[in-house]
Design a protein around this ligand. Structure first.
Ligand SMILES: [Zn+2]
Length: 61
């Protein structure tokens, strides 16, 4: 199947102006400096905030 009518460069570019990806936001862990997602526990040390941290598997293969 072929398109009935050719889409102009302008119309094509206007449509694609909404398709840009946003870069992933990340912050540094306050405890170990590892990159982590905001509002998430650190995957390296489990730190969330000074009163709360979760346990993380520290076993290495
Ligand atoms: Zn950490």
């Amino acid at each position: 199947m072929l398109p009935v009518q050719r889409i102009s460069k302008s119309r094509k570019r206007k449509r694609r102006s909404h398709q840009a990806l946003t870069p992933i936001q990340y912050v540094r862990c306050a405890q170990c400096g590892n990159a982590k997602l905001p509002h998430a526990a650190c995957s390296n040390c489990g730190f969330v905030n000074p009163r709360l941290s979760i346990e993380v598997d520290t076993e290495q293969a």
